[in-house]
Design a binder for this molecule. Structure first.
Ligand SMILES: CC(=O)N[C@H]1[C@@H](OP(=O)(O)OP(=O)(O)OC[C@H]2O[C@@H](n3ccc(=O)[nH]c3=O)[C@H](O)[C@@H]2O)O[C@H](CO)[C@@H](O)[C@@H]1O[C@H](C)C(=O)N[C@@H](C)C(=O)N[C@H](CCC(=O)O)C(=O)O
Ligand SMILES: Nc1ncnc2c1ncn2[C@@H]1O[C@H](COP(=O)(O)OP(=O)(O)OP(=O)(O)O)[C@@H](O)[C@H]1O
Ligand SMILES: N[C@H](CCC[C@H](N)C(=O)O)C(=O)O
Ligand SMILES: [Mg+2]
Length: 493
């Protein structure tokens, strides 16, 4: 509960109406469906709806004041405040309501096309192995003390603010946040400031939203230009050319001094794979020394994420030796080249590859273990960048021996149309089946496995649902594989 005057950022206020003295606000929301008596309703325009349309509804549910960007309606019974920028006002209000918890935390922001969740997950584990208390907000889940399911990769500040408050109550020192390009573009994280910021890589994704790769890159760049704290450290991975571009631009524009940027992957921290046991045995070269570490990590692409992780840990003040030691205990995040079953000499992996680059990296990680066929089962999400579909088809066709095309999260699109889009990239180079029902596709794939084969089930990783026409149905690749294997075993026995 707060007084409105305590939480309103006065520099954003343009005019007020029907406002006598002050008033008490019991909660804040920008969703009329969540309004309770005593709440401040923040009416904002989105991509689908205009919050103004729900003001009447919010008042009926007991909203005591309305915050808006549009002209005030003098016929409304409720106090109204008009602000210059609703996004910015919303961010300030959310953090003020929870008493600016971010000021007492060290925030680490990680962006890039692939590897955000992996690097964040590793960093949280690493910090914990170094006896530090850390939280995480990202695709896998939100874990601030307790673990709760994630909605978006980077949720609204209205969700982040209470999580940060909770972080203080849990006596956490660090909060690691994945910052997606959508969130950066929409300023969902305004006005947070990060102490450590990392860029993993950039490749094709989300062009349905950003339209072209330059706009997508600009959104990622915003983390460094708009959301860095004074004296912040940046970790830039050079695994894609965009790393160097980002580095040059940040220096040229004066956002960072050279000494505050840690370059990793082929400059600064370099990580080489010495052996796959199958856990990665890594050689880490830094300007100060060379370290050999035997890890439990699986998947060659994780070596690149380890370099970014190392850079983050250095930026937080840890020493190479401590980092090397803590690295030994890390394990893969759920759904990232997760071994989810075995069938008489054949191995089944689940991976969250949902971009062409990720699929290529996941398949290349499995190639060294191939004794028979490499079979790839995947689909592409509906209402997401259709341009990546044929490219993923091409990667799968090039690197696997058999491809099984199925549905991912079709959302509001026709699954058959999505499969057709992927098929155009296959080029008829490799045999393939189209089985739109994912459960049936998994069954065919698992049943077809022969000694020495590897099956990669890509696209959904840790997800525990399948989204069809706005509804999320329980579905887990891992659980389905388990059931199919049990059934096969029962029938065999
Ligand atoms: C296109 C997009 O990014 N939309 C996000 C955006 O919604 P929006 O601003 O367009 O909102 P809207 O649905 O038009 O509604 C406008 C306003 O009306 C309100 N409203 C609406 C209906 C109603 O009955 N009453 C009501 O008050 C809404 O609460 C909102 O305040 O802001 C919301 C709050 O932050 C997000 O939940 C929402 O994510 C949608 C669900 C989404 O699917 N986003 C995806 C694309 C996304 O963000 N993905 C990224 C990257 C994934 C990755 O690569 O990892 C992520 O961070 O997850
Ligand atoms: N550094 C990397 N380079 C290329 N591909 C990678 C890299 N790291 C992970 N991948 C691939 O991307 C997939 C997703 O990895 P991860 O969840 O860590 O990325 P993310 O950036 O968090 O993705 P999202 O945008 O969905 O949140 C992995 O399953 C793997 O196939
Ligand atoms: N957060 C990403 C992940 C997509 C995962 C894939 N399973 C899909 O549904 O496309 C997105 O929203 O684009
Ligand atoms: Mg992620």
């Amino acid at each position: 509960m707060k007084r409105l005057s305590e939480i309103l950022p006065m520099h954003e206020v343009l005019e007020v109406f029907n406002f006598e003295g002050d008033l008490i606000v019991k909660g804040i929301t920008d969703d009329s469906r969540k309004v309770e008596p005593g709440f401040l309703f923040i009416a904002r325009r989105g991509y689908t709806f205009d919050g103004d349309a729900f003001i009447g509804d919010a008042i009926r549910k007991g909203a005591v004041a309305i915050l808006r960007e549009s002209p005030l309606a003098k016929d409304l019974p409720c106090p109204q405040v008009r602000v210059k920028n609703i996004r910015k006002a919303l961010g300030e209000i959310a953090l003020n309501f929870y008493e600016r918890p971010e000021k007492e935390l060290i925030l680490i922001g990680i962006t890039g096309t692939n590897g955000k969740s992996s690097t964040s997950f590793f960093l949280k584990s690493l910090l914990e192995r170094l006896n530090q208390r850390a939280g995480y907000i990202g695709t896998l889940f939100y874990e601030i003390g307790e673990r709760i399911p994630a909605k978006e990769t980077t949720p609204s500040i209205l969700e982040i603010a209470p999580l940060l408050k909770r972080a203080l109550l849990e006596q956490l020192k660090y909060v690691i946040m994945e910052t997606s390009s959508h969130a950066l573009d929409q300023d969902r994280i305004y006005p947070l400031k990060f102490q450590v910021l990392a860029f993993t890589n950039l490749s094709r994704d989300h062009l349905d939203y950003h339209k072209d790769i330059e706009a997508y890159f600009s959104a990622k760049k915003k983390l460094f230009t708009d959301y860095s704290k004074n004296g912040a450290k940046a970790i830039i991975s050079l695994e894609t050319d965009y790393g160097k571009v980002l580095y040059n631009e940040l220096i040229k524009m004066g956002y960072f001094k050279r000494e505050d940027i840690f370059l990793v992957n082929d400059e600064g921290v370099r990580v080489k794979i010495l052996e796959r046991t199958p856990g990665l045995k890594l050689k880490i070269e830094t300007p100060r020394g060379i370290y050999e570490v035997v890890t439990h990590l699986f998947g060659d692409y994780q070596a690149k994420n380890v370099a970014t992780l190392w850079g983050c840990a250095l930026a937080l003040g840890f020493k190479d030796e401590e980092i090397a030691h803590a690295l030994e205990g890390l394990t893969n995040p759920p759904g990232r080249l997760e071994l989810c079953g075995k069938k008489r000499g054949a191995f089944i992996f689940v991976d969250y590859a949902h971009t062409p680059d990720a699929l290529e990296n996941a398949l290349k990680s499995l190639l060294p273990f191939k004794r028979g066929r490499l079979i790839t089962l995947f689909g592409c999400g509906g209402n997401r960048d259709p341009g990546k579909r044929p490219l993923m088809g091409k990667v799968a066709g090039t690197l696997s021996d058999l491809v099984i095309l199925t549905s991912d999260n079709p959302r509001y699109e026709d699954p058959l149309k999505i499969i057709e889009d992927i098929k155009t990239g296959l080029n008829g180079t490799k045999p393939y089946f189209c089985i739109p029902d994912r459960r049936s596709a998994l069954e065919v794939a698992v049943k077809s496995l022969r000694e020495g084969d590897i099956l990669l089930i890509a696209g959904k990783g840790h997800e525990t649902y399948q989204e069809i026409e706005g509804k999320r149905y329980p579905f887990s690749d891992q659980e389905e594989v388990k059931k199919i294997l049990e059934e096969l075993e029962k029938n065999a026995g």
